[in-house]
Design a protein around this ligand. Structure first.
Ligand code: HEM
Length: 511
């Protein structure tokens, strides 16, 4: 007994001694020790991140904002990590030919590794991106614009039902139902029916949000996460139940159904119809299962396929909906913006029955300015996007950083940097229409930039143009019982709204 106690004390003492030595090295001798930042962050990434993101619930991005205000454009936020708030450095990191790569220490724990978003190896990423590009290219988006429009029409019909009952609409749920039905149609070949749900409920969003609520522990304690992932699936399911894994099983089922329907010798064909044109195809799945989609692309097994599908559904849902929710609130809060927008739409489409197509609305200057400002103002993926300094190191303000240093930037901070944006905390669409505004596009960090820029950017624009133009042309919209407090958000990888969120009262226009 005594020996066991002595052994335990010795082990704990040795670990403590190692920990103190390592902390001293990190504080005084590490190559990043010259940079300012919190003491705890310089010594221990897990506990610092856990405190701000888990214990304080998604507050790290705001703490980093305060630190930059006090300490300047470069701060140390972990033993081997810097956070930079400088729009020109962001351009430098993301420029053509940049060798910066995604940090596996982050992406392996917040995404499924190997997927379009999660793959950190640049060569494997290039292959996956090539495979998926035809599903999201500008040309493809042009082709699917009528499908997006049909979902908007259905959503507006649902709004009529609320209007008839004089019942306010929960725009948070309604908008998420819309984006989920669009992206699931692209990914599964059919929508998940969220718009038709009486309360716009959406099981996937519920799985996703409950996963994110616990998600910050995964990046704070990667060793624990790696351990849980290394266990047999049935054991980790019991010990570390993660809601998204339940959804993964459902996705595998949905994809099986899709592939069986697609490949079945067709009943349709016997009836004289051609299954290839008849069937609602999922371009994304078709591309992923086809080894010919790109050179060196190998087909995915059911689990890998489900993981890619989940990543696409996640990437395409909260991002676009959060931008529109936040944007709708801003439009409604500023009556002069609301009026200007309604006027532009009325001039372009004099009758409320006119066909409001993507082709036509994307040419409207004020609506375009409103959408760009929504994207800047809302920064739907607000927090850090860690990248690794390449093999040759990187010179930052005259000081060489060693390879493998992790560099973070944040879209939320870059999108309100004083050097680029005047009155950044205000929602001002007009900034995009001023004479010298052309240079602003390159500073917009919402979709990231370079080779890891958002793949769904064109789709997101199509959804935003189509929903906002139709909504504001066809309905009188008013805020219902919603204040700034209801729109507060925290960073759970997405802008996660913590209040009761946006509710609106709607009435069809009848001119
Ligand atoms: C307003 C809407 C959107 C915003 C603000 C947005 C933002 C972003 C950002 C910041 C990234 C880089 C993330 C990182 O490096 O950590 C990204 C990547 C990505 N997004 Fe989006 N996104 C939006 C909509 C969409 C949509 C509709 C899809 C469609 C499925 C999508 C699919 C993707 C994919 C596949 C990637 C990974 C690209 C790569 O690494 O090659 N996104 N997005």
């Amino acid at each position: 007994m005594k020996t066991a106690l002595r052994l335990t004390i010795t082990l704990l003492g040795t670990y403590l001694f190692f920990w103190i030595l390592r902390a001293a090295y990190r504080l005084f001798f590490h190559p990043l020790s010259r940079y300012p930042g919190p003491l705890l962050a310089a010594i221990s990434k897990p506990w610092y991140e856990w405190y701000w993101n888990f214990y304080q619930k998604g507050q790290l991005v705001f703490e980093i904002e305060r630190l930059h205000e006090r300490l300047g454009p470069v701060i140390r936020i972990a033993p081997n990590e810097l956070h930079i708030n400088d729009p020109d450095m962001f351009l430098e990191i993301t420029k053509v030919g940049s060798q910066f790569t995604k940090d596996p220490g982050f992406y392996d724990y917040i995404t499924f590794p190997g997927t379009s978003i999660g793959e950190t190896d640049p060569i494997r990423h290039r292959i996956r991106r090539q495979v998926l590009t035809p599903a999201f290219s500008p040309l493809r988006v042009q082709e699917i614009a009528p499908m997006v429009r049909a979902k908007v029409d259905r959503l507006l019909e649902r709004f009529d039902e609320f209007a008839a009952r004089s019942e306010p609409v929960n725009m948070f749920r309604a908008t998420k139902a819309f984006t989920m039905d669009v992206v699931s149609t692209i990914v599964f070949g059919k929508g998940l029916g969220c718009i038709d749900d009486p309360e716009f409920r959406n099981q996937f969003i519920e799985y996703l949000h409950s996963t994110f609520e616990m998600g910050w522990t995964a990046t704070a304690f990667p060793n624990l996460t790696a351990f849980s992932l290394s266990l047999p699936e049935w054991v980790s399911e019991k010990l570390f139940p993660i809601p998204i894994m339940e959804f993964k099983k459902k996705c595998i089922g949905l994809m099986d159904n899709y592939l069986q329907d697609r490949d079945a010798p067709t009943l349709h064909a016997q009836n004289g119809a051609n299954k290839k044109t008849d069937f609602d195809r999922s371009i994304a799945i078709d591309l992923l299962v086809d080894p010919e989609s790109a050179k060196d692309h190998s087909t995915l097994d059911a689990s890998q396929l489900a993981e890619e599908v989940i990543m696409l559904l996640s990437a395409g849902n909260d991002t676009t909906s959060d931008a529109m929710i936040s944007g709708t609130y801003q439009i409604l809060k500023h009556s002069e913006i609301h009026e200007k927008l309604a006027q532009e739409l009325q001039q372009a489409f004099p009758s409320v029955h006119d066909d409001i197509t993507y082709e036509r609305i994307k040419k409207l200057p004020y609506l375009t300015a409103v959408i760009k400002e929504i994207l800047r103002y809302s920064s739907p993926l607000p927090g850090k996007a860690p990248r690794i300094v390449p093999q040759d190191g990187w010179t930052l303000y005259g000081h060489k950083l060693p390879p493998k240093t992790v560099i973070n930037t944040s879209a939320y901070l870059l999108n309100k940097h004083q050097r680029v944006w005047s009155e950044p905390s205000k929602f001002i669409p007009e900034r995009w229409l001023e004479g010298d505004s052309a240079h602003l596009d390159k500073y917009m960090a919402s979709f990231y930039r370079g080779t890891r820029q958002c793949l769904g950017k064109d789709l997101a624009f199509c959804e935003m143009y189509t929903l906002l133009a139709n909504l504001f042309r066809k309905f009188h919209v008013e805020i219902h019982n919603t204040t700034d407090d209801d729109m507060k958000w925290i960073d759970l990888l997405f802008t996660y709204f913590v209040g009761r969120n946006l509710h609106v009262a709607l009435r069809r226009r009848v001119e």
